[in-house]
Design a protein around this ligand. Structure first.
Ligand code: PSU
Ligand code: MN
Length: 293
């Protein structure tokens, strides 16, 4: 069911540094045709950090760990968004399944990969409990012994509620050289982290200790180097447009991101691309630190 690419397989067998990357962001996080370049750049940044990238997605009835450029290019707007619940059906039905953070974590766990990079993780959507829309990213993170490097929680969510739920789930929220969790495009204004770390090595040491104590996933929040403030009015506009258009469930995040990218004149898109690359680089460094410990 799971096919691991040779390079990834060899790195894992040698106890080397590997970083899992998702494909939802490639397929649904950017305008059609633009996500593939973001995925490739993430892979380059993981390598620049010293690790082997393992991009995950469902293709041709298999869960693939490590994709060729041609395979990556098959993920687009028509791909299914594959969270943990969707992997099996996408594989059996031979559909292209673009894995979310949660879906990628589920695969990483089976493959033995302990670090993942994304833009911003999913969480509690605004408007809870009508209806209660809580990303499967959170439940999967709680039960997977892996470090997810992100620019914190996506600001289009209910960020304080997401932070509370992460605490309830026992997920350590580490701030990379910051005392507050980044909120995606913005570096400031988020909830306090549970611990601040100063380096990739320190993050890796905390993760090892957490796992020794029987813990599961950890979130490592890295503030974007070029934060973008003042997006909140556009987020409210985008959420209202989504509600008016009857968009719900898995479609909300892609709809809202597309609205923001369009209405900001591409500024959120530029910021999003940059932070994804920065997170991938740090994830590579964390994987190296874990591999050498
Ligand atoms: N980060 C980005 N863009 C994205 C995502 C993260 O910069 O599109 C995706 C991830 O795949 C994450 C998903 O798992 O958004 C969350 O969607 P939902 O809230 O529907 O679970
Ligand atoms: Mn949801």
């Amino acid at each position: 069911m799971i096919r691991i690419a040779d390079e990834v397989c060899e790195a894992l067998a040698a106890g080397g540094a590997v970083v899992a990357l998702e494909t939802t962001l490639v397929a649904h996080g950017f305008p059609p045709g633009e996500g593939v370049a973001v995925g490739l750049e993430s892979e380059r940044q993981v390598r620049a950090g010293g690790a082997v990238p393992a991009t995950v997605g469902v293709l041709d009835g298999e869960v693939r760990v490590g994709l060729t450029e041609e395979e990556l290019a098959r993920f687009g707007p028509e791909s299914r968004k594959a969270g943990p619940r969707d992997l099996a059906a996408a594989a059996v039905q031979e559909a292209a399944g673009a894995t979310t953070v949660g879906g990628t974590l589920a695969v990483a766990r089976k493959a033995g990969i302990r670090v993942l990079a994304t833009g911003g993780i999913g969480g509690v959507h605004r408007g809870f409990p009508q209806p209660p829309d809580v990303s499967a990213d959170l439940a999967q993170l709680a039960r997977t012994a892996a470090v997810v490097v992100s620019a914190g929680v996506k600001s289009l969510l209910d960020v304080p509620a997401t932070a509370e739920l992460l605490e309830s789930l026992g997920v350590p929220v580490l701030g990379f050289r910051t005392g507050t969790l980044p909120v995606f495009y913005a570096a400031a204004g988020g909830p306090p982290v549970s611990a601040r770390v100063e380096s990739a090595e320190e993050a890796a040491r905390v993760a090892e200790a957490h796992w020794d104590l029987g813990g599961g996933g950890l979130l490592l929040g890295r503030p974007p180097d070029d934060p973008l403030d003042g997006v909140e009015p556009l987020v409210e506009e985008a959420l209202a447009a989504a509600a008016a258009a009857g968009v719900s469930g898995q479609a909300v995040t892609p709809y809202v991101l597309a609205h923001l990218h369009r209405e900001s004149g591409g500024r959120t898109e530029t910021a999003n691309k940059a932070l994804v690359g920065q997170n991938a680089r740090l994830a590579g460094e964390v994987a190296v630190a874990l591999a050498s410990s």
